[in-house]
Design a protein around this ligand. Structure first.
Ligand SMILES: Nc1nc2c(ncn2[C@@H]2O[C@H](COP(=O)(O)OP(=O)(O)OP(=O)(O)O)[C@@H](O)[C@H]2O)c(=O)[nH]1
Ligand SMILES: [Mg+2]
Length: 294
């Protein structure tokens, strides 16, 4: 078909492919959630229903987009990870970010009534912004997730202390803020114990203290030692895959259970015990390979 005289406007579109061989993190964040949380009366400082809703929406995103390796969420934000060799949408930034944001928002709204059956959603509806950030190596990528989890810990300790001073010690917001001003972590632990009915911060639920990490478990936790790798980095050269192998990999990813855990991702253990996350492998075992050949 002949081009129309208007076709030239396409040349105004700029390429936005993300740099190859770099890890892609897409972080989304709730827009105006301070207001939304008070409009729907979320419990302070943490509302378990709100957290479970965020986690369920993220789990659906992971299930819909098999290329995703991991997601980490806290408060009104979620970070989604793509492998450095991922070629989804030719790594076009706008397409990746808008797909994650809209898929997440769609599920968040869709699942709302499961978690807040007595609070129907009315406009303005929840919305999320998103950005893509690239990390050149596993060290900076791990530092990114450590940064988010350290932030979760710092904010949660502050918020727990602040709201406990109000709810348990009877201070008003100004007095609570003043009481906490200039305090370090150890002081907050002491304030909680001495001034807030003997609260022990360490006994607070991990979901509040550590946030939530989602990854494909491939039903392999008990067998992962068979993969024979404790490396946290991917091999330098990507292994070329035949179409059928790639398709099987995709199916395996789609079928895999997406686990939700509230554990430390700053230390080595999390990554060492789940080498398939950063290797991008689906955890195929030697006997599976044999089956494929026969
Ligand atoms: N009460 C309550 N508030 C929460 C909970 N989770 C997140 N929030 C609130 O959500 C807000 C998230 O922070 P921000 O993303 O910086 O604030 P925001 O209002 O969303 O602003 P923008 O992201 O800039 O649009 C904070 O005010 C949190 O207190 C929760 O479980 N309970
Ligand atoms: Mg926000």
């Amino acid at each position: 078909m002949a081009n129309s005289k208007y076709e030239y406007v396409k040349t105004f579109e700029q390429p936005d492919n993300l740099l190859s061989r770099t890890w892609i993190v897409i972080r989304i964040d709730g827009r105006g959630f301070t207001k939304l949380c008070s409009r729907y009366g979320f419990e302070k400082p943490n509302d378990r229903r709100a957290i479970d809703l965020m986690n369920s929406a993220a789990q659906c995103v992971m299930k819909d987009i098999p290329d995703l390796l991991l997601a980490y969420g806290v408060s009104d934000e979620f970070s989604f990870l793509f492998h450095k060799d991922c070629t989804l949408f030719q790594r076009r930034s706008n397409k990746l970010v808008s797909t994650i944001v809209s898929t997440f928002t769609g599920y968040y709204v869709h699942l709302w009534t499961n978690f807040f059956p007595d609070k129907p959603l009315i406009p303005p509806l929840p919305s999320f912004d998103g950005r893509a950030v690239l990390y050149p190596d596993v060290t900076s990528l791990r530092d990114y997730f450590s940064w988010r989890q350290a932030d979760c810990h710092i904010n949660n300790l502050y918020n727990t202390s602040f709201w406990s001073l109000i709810q348990k010690a009877g201070l008003d917001a100004r007095a609570a803020e003043k009481r906490l001003s200039g305090t370090v972590s150890k002081d907050k632990h002491e304030i909680l114990y001495a001034e807030c009915d003997g609260m022990n911060y360490n006994r607070e639920p991990d979901v509040f203290k550590k946030g939530s990490v989602l990854y494909r478990s491939f039903e392999l936790e008990s067998r992962h030692a068979l993969l024979g790798s404790s490396e946290t980095s991917a091999p330098e050269t990507p292994t070329p895959q035949s179409k059928t192998v790639a398709e099987k990999d995709r199916k395996r990813r789609l079928k895999a259970t997406v686990a939700i855990e509230h554990i430390d991702i700053i230390q080595e253990d999390f990554w060492n015990q789940r080498p398939w996350i950063l290797s991008g492998k689906t955890g195929r075992l030697p006997d599976d390979n044999a089956k494929e050949k026969s």
